[in-house]
Design a protein around this ligand. Structure first.
Ligand SMILES: Cc1cc2nc3c(=O)[nH]c(=O)nc-3n(C[C@H](O)[C@H](O)[C@H](O)COP(=O)(O)OP(=O)(O)OC[C@H]3O[C@@H](n4cnc5c(N)ncnc54)[C@H](O)[C@@H]3O)c2cc1C
Length: 387
């Protein structure tokens, strides 16, 4: 069959490769002038540093098949994500603290020398607001778990800047577990496998796409009237975009990156968050620290600003509150009635997806397609449900 993939990000590349290896003919179009979608990396012309163009990407997974998959196409260097934050302590003094909030953060922030059990008792008995019996909002949940001091320093300002709303307007469900560690583990992710592609994500995705049955057309905008020329379409663009936004737009946050260069080491780590609401950016990323096996005199940094996504902006984080979910349900119903197309990836299913989940779902979608083709049954609109 001749299959069209809209989007040359991880979703399109992985599905395309799997179906090409199964003997199908693949055309992939992407509106951008590069492959890799939001994972795109490129060398900065001024400094030679590998830059994560659409924001920092760290690969982490517990899925052994996905880990083997990425290692088939690229060498991964060991990398642990250790995030710092600049914020104010209870006395109002600015300091640099370790994230996620851990025993080091607690001891430094409260100027104590607590051991794990003492810290747990201190937070859950002295700090947590136990008068909140049934937390309804993100703010109440955070106050209930960690108390006002930690909440204001590490959760409040960052959340307001990231989501553009007060934490009192967000549901409690966002903070499901106690967001604090009572040991000195500052590895941001819990996953077994973590690393960075030695030559960047774009090189890895170029290799995934390097197959004689795959044709990639960059700088090519897809529109729905082109779908009829193919036996099937996998669409990793925005779900509402497929329908020309007829019912309205699904809400996203977008990011602006303010680039600046520096001679030497600007901040000593890859990611520095800014907890104070008065600082307009959420974090600064210093890209050379994502590749500690390389050596660069110059440095390139991004100040990252979050705001509401307008029609011409790149959609980054789906908002997925009650209103958006109602609109999403309407688009999902329409999509399910649409023959010959499967909606995939972060935009096609309107969900935040880490790269490992994106690859897992792409492999599942490609396998489902082969099974349906063999059995002569219709491929569904979604393999991973958006709702
Ligand atoms: C700021 C940020 C940081 C992240 N950090 C991490 C991280 O540290 N670790 C991690 O695992 N994951 C991270 N992610 C998630 C990661 O970016 C996604 O998992 C991944 O990009 C999903 O790939 P995709 O192919 O589904 O979508 P995308 O990468 O968005 O690719 C979709 C492609 O489709 C193209 N397209 C859309 N519509 C059309 C059209 N009509 N015509 C032609 N082309 C079209 C777009 O140009 C785009 O290239 C992060 C995401 C963000 C936003």
């Amino acid at each position: 069959m001749h299959i069209l993939l809209v989007g040359a990000g991880l979703s399109g590349a992985v599905i395309g490769r799997h179906l090409a290896e199964a003997g199908h003919r693949i055309t992939i179009v992407d509106a951008r002038d590069h492959v890799a979608g939001n994972c795109h990396t490129e060398r900065d012309a001024e400094t030679g540093v590998m830059v994560h163009v659409y924001g920092p990407h760290i690969f982490h997974t517990d899925d052994a098949e996905v880990w083997d998959y990425v290692n088939r196409f690229e060498t991964f260097q060991p990398y642990k994500n250790r995030v710092k934050t600049t914020s104010r302590d209870p006395q109002g003094e600015l300091g640099v603290f370790s994230l996620p909030v851990n025993l080091h953060t607690i001891n430094q922030f409260f100027r104590k020398t607590l051991r794990p059990d003492e810290a747990r008792a201190f937070i859950t008995e002295e700090q947590a607001d136990t008068t909140i019996a049934d937390p309804q909002t993100f703010e109440e949940q955070a106050l209930r778990f960690v108390g006002r001091d930690l909440y204001e320093a590490f959760f409040k300002g960052y959340t307001i800047k990231q989501w553009g709303v007060q934490p009192s307007a967000l549901p409690a469900s966002i903070l499901k577990r106690l967001p604090v560690r009572f040991n000195y583990d500052d590895n941001y992710f819990f996953h077994r496998f973590q690393g960075m592609p030695e030559n960047g994500y774009t090189a890895m995705i170029e290799r995934i796409l390097d197959h004689p049955a795959i044709e990639v057309r960059l700088g090519t905008q897809f529109s729905r009237d082109q779908a009829g020329a193919y036996d099937h379409v996998f669409y990793s663009g925005p779900l509402d975009g497929w329908f020309d936004y007829e019912l309205g737009r699904l809400g996203y946050r977008t990011l602006d990156f303010e680039r600046f260069s520096y001679q030497g080491d600007y901040q000593g780590c890859a990611v520095m968050n800014y907890g104070e609401v008065e600082v307009p950016y959420t974090r600064i990323t210093e890209h050379k620290h994502f590749a500690p096996w390389e050596s660069h005199e110059g440095s390139v940094c991004y100040r990252e600003f979050s705001r509401a996504c307008e029609p011409e902006d790149i959609p980054y984080y789906p908002i997925r509150q009650v209103e958006e979910k109602a609109l999403l349900a309407e688009y999902v119903a329409r999509a399910e009635a649409e023959p010959g197309v499967t909606f995939v990836g972060r935009l096609g299913t309107y969900r935040y997806l880490d790269m490992d989940v994106t690859i897992r779902e792409a492999l599942d979608a490609a396998r489902a397609f082969l099974t349906h083709a063999q059995e002569g049954t219709a491929m569904p609109a979604f393999v991973a449900a958006p709702l």
